[in-house]
Design a binder for this molecule. Structure first.
Ligand code: AMP
Ligand code: MG
Length: 415
């Protein structure tokens, strides 16, 4: 891909090509471990889980009412049955229902095997001893059949699945209390830069606070990831190299920010070449062009840009998919919508841009997006205001107000 305005000697890699290279290079972590169900949220299954039981386990009532046998229905005529007991949820009726009899039943309570139908309590009349059913009472209504949700032996959750709260509910309903899941991916994060000041320290002239580690820690909060925060490391080749080699020994991934470009104090790519291997370095996205991907020993390495907005964009569009793959979870693509852009957007051809926008939906269901403000890769305030990326393809030369654009919600944002 050639950017006509760029001074690059090598063409930049498209985002799709970069993702394909990652897909080919990254393999899921091998280890697995057993966890109890309540600790399985966000973990990735290593094997499909089958249901040991039928759900529902018993034929039970879907309504509060009266349970009876459809053999006792008098077609098209009202009829009366004798009331002989009650089935409560958790306390079933233990007797045998004879012809001409019915029982009081509550939602979730088991039906006696002789009953196959439930009538809603609102539809009958009773004197406390007999129940008068209306004409045209339907057979087999308001009953939850054995196994109608899940059949014994059928699949509850298919491997590989990253378990969410709903999955936990489903697994719990089948009595599953322990699961085999992938071990968490071990990730080391660090910030590089002589200018970085830790929180709690006064800010000297020429210094800035380190925001990137807070961004990365937040974005990496996931039960499938175990994160080591290695802090800030100065722009010192030896220090950086020593830290990378040390971290590579007991992590699956190292993610750095800063120093990935071509400045005098940008050492990341050089060090990666020295103590590992570089798979790719620059990609055709904006923000986030300098992004070094490679390996040190068996540890994957992502050298992200320094500017915080570029960190967020490259993490969400490139690193996240690699981590998902490492964790064994299936890959997923963000949902893209078409919206009418209400702002004019500047853009030069050559790189796919992720401009930050505010997406809204009108009463007719139509989507509109406006720029969230200044678009520099250092402008955190405008991405903080935004709820979406406006995705402008490589060849796009800018957008006029009224043009249609593709947008995707920023993970965790809502309309
Ligand atoms: P670099 O790629 O190291 O030249 O950094 C590019 C820009 O990002 C510079 O303005 C840095 O000061 C800034 N930057 C680098 N690291 C961080 C960080 N951890 N937090 C906030 N800004 C940073
Ligand atoms: Mg720097």
């Amino acid at each position: 891909m050639i950017d006509p305005c760029s001074q690059e000697s090598n063409p930049l890699l498209s985002i799709d090509a970069a993702l394909a290279k990652i897909k080919a290079a990254v393999h899921p972590v091998a280890g697995s471990e057993k966890v109890v169900l309540k600790n399985a949220l966000g973990r990735v299954l290593t094997e499909s889980v089958l249901s040991p039981i039928n759900i529902p386990h018993d034929r039970n009532a879907a309504m509060d009412g009266y349970a009876f046998s459809s053999k006792d229905i008098n077609p098209e005529q009202p009829f009366t049955l004798g009331l002989v007991g009650t089935s409560w949820a958790g306390r079933p009726f233990n007797g045998r229902l004879q012809s001409g009899q019915c029982i009081r039943i509550f939602t979730g309570a088991a039906l006696p095997s002789q009953a196959d139908s439930v009538i809603m309590q609102e539809h009958v009349r009773t004197d406390g001893q007999t129940i008068c059913f209306p004409a045209n009472t339907a057979a087999r209504q308001n009953v939850r059949e054995i196994g109608e949700d899940i059949k014994q032996g059928s699949e509850l959750c298919a491997h590989p699945k990253k378990l969410n709260a709903i999955d936990l509910g489903l697994l719990a309903s089948a009595g599953i209390y322990e699961l085999s899941v992938k071990r968490p991916v071990k990730i080391a994060i660090l910030s590089t830069g002589d200018e970085l000041t830790s929180l709690g320290q006064p800010l000297a002239s020429g210094k800035i606070y380190d925001s990137n580690r807070y961004i990365l820690s937040g974005l990496l909060t996931d039960a499938s990831y175990s994160v080591t925060d290695m802090g800030v490391i100065a722009d010192n080749k030896q220090l950086l190299q020593d830290s990378f080699i040390k971290a590579a020994k007991n992590h699956d991934v190292i993610i750095t920010t800063g120093g990935a470009s071509v400045g005098e104090a940008d050492y990341i790519k050089e060090i990666l070449e020295l103590c590992g291997e570089v798979n790719f370095w620059k990609i055709a996205i904006k923000p986030g062009k300098p992004l070094a991907f490679g390996k040190i020993g068996s540890c994957y390495f992502f050298g992200l840009p320094g500017n915080p907005v570029a960190v967020i964009v490259t993490f969400q569009h490139i690193v996240a998919s690699a981590l998902k793959q490492l964790s064994g979870a299936p890959d997923s693509k963000p949902l893209q919508l078409t919206a009418t852009c209400t702002s004019t957007l500047k853009k030069a051809p050559g790189r796919q841009e992720y401009q930050r926008g505010i997406l809204t939906q009108d009463d007719n269901g139509k989507f509109f997006v406006a720029s969230s403000g200044r678009q520099g890769p250092h402008i955190l305030s405008s991405i903080s205001r935004a709820n979406c990326y406006i995705v402008l393809p490589t060849e796009c030369k800018g957008v006029q107000a009224g043009d249609k654009v593709s947008v995707e919600l920023i993970a965790g944002s809502t309309l």
